[in-house]
Design a protein around this ligand. Structure first.
Ligand code: 5GP
Length: 305
């Protein structure tokens, strides 16, 4: 959302027509973002998304590097035959992009969008709105500047954004201090009743069922960041969060140091991402997913213990 909105705002300032399309809805804690309400959500506005795709001359693919990450909208993009430009920081990009600014060492796609603006000599077009969009992506993707992907350059980019009107506190407030009470209750339930920690394998597993989500009036984004608690246990090297969805389970994996969850997500969970932050999907029930995770952990005992 941050990278796409920032790029769209700047392209519009250049006099171009730009639309942002996302495959499915974004969490409510991003709804305050400048121009967020003009985003076309493919799952809800499929025809509109198809029309803007057909009318476009160029498609920027931001913060993903494989069209299958777009679910149904991926086919629309593929079949449009439009030239695709990639700006992304995930591992193993596909080869069908006309041009690619792909750097896995970058903290976030928003940092790369800033690099793109510098290269295009468009930095004068970064106003407070653009800066807030970029900061939102950088701040969330670096876990508030904690993760190892945070570099001196990341901070230099943020300094530049502050020079252009960014007030970080405003973004923190919108993203972190707008919780519903039920969201915190769900968090308490997950940590108090659901999280299991295997000290031998240095691994935390946090499963949440659909019933539990319903009980706490779950809304998209409510479990965002939950997986990080499993990694904050002293000695923990890996945390796995499993969210039961309608007919499948979505997984979030986090790790520390050399333990490569991108590789684990690719090998066992139909997913991918980064070395220390990845995700995946199992077309199984929650119980079956937990058994699968258990057998993966046992199979990799020598790696984890
Ligand atoms: P999260 O756990 O926050 O959903 O995702 C962590 C990272 O893994 C993100 O960079 C995200 O793009 C990536 N990721 C999440 N789910 C999947 C997936 O199903 N497939 C792939 N390839 N990457 C994923």
């Amino acid at each position: 959302m941050g990278s796409a909105l920032a790029l769209a705002l700047v392209l519009r300032k250049k006099g171009l027509k730009a639309s942002v399309v996302v495959p499915n809805s974004y969490p409510p804690f991003l709804a305050w973002m400048p121009e967020a309400s003009s985003t076309i959500i493919y799952e809800e506005e499929g025809e509109k998304a198809k029309t803007v795709t057909a009318e476009s001359e160029l498609i920027f693919c931001l913060d993903f590097n494989n069209l299958n990450r777009l679910e149904g909208y991926g086919d629309v993009v593929k079949e449009s035959g439009k030239p695709l430009i990639l700006i992304d920081h995930h591992l193993s990009p596909e080869s069908y992009f006309l041009h690619a600014l792909s750097d896995t060492s970058a903290s976030s796609t928003c940092e790369l969008i800033h690099r793109f603006f510098v290269g295009m000599e468009w930095t004068e077009l970064i106003d407070r709105d653009v800066a807030e969009c970029l900061y939102t992506g950088i701040m969330t993707d670096t876990g508030s500047f904690r993760f190892s992907s945070t570099s001196a350059q990341t901070h230099r980019v943020v300094a530049d954004l502050m020079d252009r009107g960014l007030v970080p506190e405003r973004v923190y407030h919108h993203v972190f201090d707008t919780n519903r009470f039920e969201r915190l209750q769900l968090l308490g339930h997950a940590l108090g009743n659901k999280m299991k920690y295997d000290a031998d394998l240095h691994t935390a597993v946090i499963p949440i069922s659909l019933r539990e989500k319903n009980r706490y009036h779950y809304r998209k984004g409510d479990t965002e960041g939950l997986v990080n608690y499993g990694l904050s246990i002293l000695g923990s090297r890996m945390s796995i969060f499993i969210s039961e969805e309608d007919g499948y389970c979505k997984l979030s994996l986090r790790s520390k140091g050399e333990l490569d969850v991108n590789q684990i997500a690719r090998q066992y969970f139909n997913g991918g991402g980064h070395k220390n932050a990845a995700g995946g999907r199992l077309d199984l029930s929650l119980d079956e997913s937990l058994s699968k995770i258990d057998s993966v952990l046992q199979e990799n005992r020598s790696l984890l213990a």
